[in-house]
Design a binder for this molecule. Structure first.
Ligand code: SF4
Ligand code: SF4
Length: 68
């Protein structure tokens, strides 16, 4: 229903998006990005409902949500 695209190098690892997502679609990655932050990654894409809450919460505009 939704597709989430995360630009890993823009993520500052604040985790606001993790709090916002009630579907456990995203999680912190184990590897750091080029700036030393552990970015969020998509771990459960099929559960995404395309609500956009993760993108709204992200202060870095690192998340885009597409609805199909
Ligand atoms: S769009 Fe909604 S369901 Fe999908 S990852 Fe973001 S908060 Fe979770
Ligand atoms: S809200 Fe944005 S900056 Fe914060 S952890 Fe999520 S993707 Fe990264």
């Amino acid at each position: 229903m939704g597709k989430v695209v995360i630009t890993a190098d823009m993520c500052k690892s604040c985790r606001y998006c993790l709090t916002a997502c009630k579907k456990d679609v995203i999680a912190l990655a184990s590897k750091s990005n080029r700036f030393g932050y552990k970015p969020v990654e998509v771990v459960n894409p099929d559960a995404c409902i395309g609500c956009g809450m993760c993108a709204i919460m992200c202060p870095e505009a690192a998340i885009e949500v597409y609805k199909d």
